[in-house]
Design a protein around this ligand. Sequence first.
Ligand code: 5GP
Length: 110
Amino acid sequence: MFCSIIKGDIPSTKVYEDETVFAFKDINPVAPVHILIVPKNHLSSVNDVTEENSAVIAHIYEVAAKLAKEMGIAESGYRVVSNCGKDAGQTVFHLHFHLLGGKVLKLEMC
Ligand code: 5GP
């Protein structure tokens, strides 16, 4: 489904895009800043990360830091989290990282 968002077939509020990464606002935000950062190449979850494809994960953290600065939450603090599998609450099986901030985040969030 996030492949369709990346292609533009499903509308989203894009906040960042480059060759390998796409970032957009979560449709159901749980914090004032709630952005999803996804690799364009489809990986289902953290379980699919390997030595061959892991460079994009470091890049996603670079993008998270850049977006946190732009959104004004770099100093107040934020969370970058990826849910992997059923017990973690993963509902969309296209690897994504939640960037959450703008309020005090409880530990049980996401
Ligand atoms: P997960 O539960 O898999 O960690 O996170 C999936 C996230 O994707 C949820 O926070 C949910 O609100 C968001 N989401 C699901 N469908 C859409 C959609 O069509 N558009 C956007 N912008 N976010 C979505």
